[in-house]
Unconditional design. Structure first.
Ligand code: DCP
Ligand code: MG
Length: 448
């Protein structure tokens, strides 16, 4: 038994090391840049309100809310994002606390995106203020570091926003490098130097080491990345499973993941064609609630917010009507359900049999951890996080609003498309991408 275990370990150990040697040899000549805007929401707010310059600033969702972004002046007092505003105020009483302006953040993020897209062929927009750029091959012509430096200067000049970058052979090391030099700075980690660069840092700096993993590693006496580098990979696997292997690889400066070309998702929607046309208003409302809950869960899973909600109905004679409204950015079920119900009530006035109903969210934006910039409170965030955790663990239909319970869209899988639903003939889910591609899950070709 012990012998078998050792054979397995040895094979595992060898596999990981062989993997690493291959990826290091193949990938060490890549030139990957990670760019991240400095205290993004605060910097945009300062552009719009210069009186905030040089003051400690916190962007957040009101007295009972949490910190969305904070200036570097406030960070010296221990303030950080996702901290309750009340606690932040205690730590830094002189901080100016402002409400966010998501439209402004979204348009400034688009400006930076546009500059990068004009100047480089391959880049990934990984969040509202973060970009990975693959400069591999460009050094023969320009020198990648010089090119990245000029790109950074151009962004600063044209948008007025401070931005930092890290450059190395892979995404993980570049991201850690960016965080190390911030704010308003840049650095390069040469190929072959990755392990030395990471070694003295806290393991908390490795992307994917969150609060819980950090506490666990600390309880094992692991504080610095160097310790992980010296640990056998199977020990990390024993303690943390697959994640342990990933953390071990990242700690050793190994990350073969490619820069994924950027496709903006413009909308997400779902619709239901009934088995039998219906006039049962209550039933339709409950189905709309179930649909909204599902889409909201997906918004939050993808860390997105929507600013436009639409409802569609099709009468039995195929007359189709759509109504939409602009709303403050959110991914909260309770907010969106309210709008969906209102739209349905305005839309459904002919008292004819209905053949299809649908819900669509558009004007999507990457929203970090926010779920509603203007209403976020610790209680709401905790509630949604707890519900989403249960859904991820036990299945999407395991927790629902009472009204939607009897209409669970059980077969509905927003990630891979069509499946039979107990409430209707077919469910169709659509992801509309900015470049015009439509990923759709069913044969019906009408968009809402
Ligand atoms: N954000 C948010 N909620 C969080 C974290 C971030 O809404 N819990 C938003 C506000 C940030 C923006 O996303 O300004 C970018 O997130 P970053 O993690 O890049 O943080 P900052 O840009 O504010 O600071 P840094 O200078 O460390 O990048
Ligand atoms: Mg940032």
């Amino acid at each position: 038994m012990i012998f078998l275990k050792r054979v397995r370990y040895n094979r595992l150990y060898c596999n990981h090391y062989i993997d690493c040697i291959i990826s290091m040899a193949q990938l060490s000549d890549r030139q990957i840049v990670h760019m991240d805007l400095d205290c993004f929401f605060v910097s945009v707010s300062r552009l719009l309100h210069p009186e905030l310059n040089n003051k400690p600033v916190i962007v957040g969702g009101g007295e009972r809310g949490v910190v969305a972004a904070c200036s570097y002046e406030t960070r010296r007092y221990g303030v950080h994002s996702a901290m309750p505003i009340r606690q932040a105020k205690r730590l830094c009483p002189e901080a100016v606390i402002i409400r966010g302006d998501y439209d402004a953040y979204s348009s400034h993020s688009d400006m930076v995106n546009e500059i990068i897209s004009e100047k480089v062929p391959l880049y990934e927009r990984s969040s509202i203020d973060e970009f990975y750029i693959d400069f591999t091959g460009m050094d023969r012509f320009f020198g990648s570091y010089k090119f990245a430096t000029e790109l950074r200067q151009c962004i600063i000049r044209e948008t007025g926003l401070p931005i930092s970058f890290g450059m190395s052979a892979n995404k993980t090391v570049s991201k850690v490098a960016t965080d190390e030099v911030k704010p308003n700075n840049q650095m390069k980690v040469d190929s072959g130097e990755e392990k030395f660069f990471l070694a003295p840092l806290s393991v908390r700096k490795i992307p994917m080491v969150g609060e819980k993993t950090y506490t666990l590693l600390r309880s094992m006496g692991v504080e610095k990345v160097k310790t992980v580098q010296e640990m056998p990979v199977e020990l990390m696997e024993n303690v943390l499973g697959e994640n342990g292997v990933s953390i071990w690889k990242k700690s050793n400066g190994i990350d073969p993941s490619p820069v994924e070309p950027y496709h903006e998702q413009k909308s997400m929607s779902t619709e239901e064609t009934f088995e039998q046309d219906t006039i049962d208003v209550q039933r339709m409302k409950h189905i709309l609630i179930a649909m909204t809950e599902k889409l909201c869960f997906r918004l939050r899973s993808e860390r997105k917010l929507t600013a436009c909600v639409a409802v569609k109905i099709r009468y039995s004679n195929f007359d189709t009507h759509t109504m939409q409204c602009r709303i403050p950015y959110t991914s909260c079920d309770h907010t969106l359900i309210k709008y969906v119900k209102e739209l349905f009530e305005k839309l459904f006035h002919r008292r004819l049999l209905i053949r299809l109903i649908g819900v669509k969210f558009s004007h999507l934006i990457g929203g970090g951890h926010q779920i509603n910039l203007f209403e976020d409170s610790e209680e709401i965030i905790n509630l949604y996080q707890a519900m989403d955790k249960m859904r991820l663990r036990y299945g999407e239909d395991k927790i629902q609003r009472a009204a939607a319970l009897s209409f669970s869209l059980r077969g509905f899988n927003p990630f891979n498309g069509l499946s039979k639903s107990p409430v209707g003939k077919q469910t169709r889910d659509t992801l509309l991408l900015a470049d015009g591609d439509v990923k759709t899950s069913a044969p019906d070709n009408t968009e809402i």
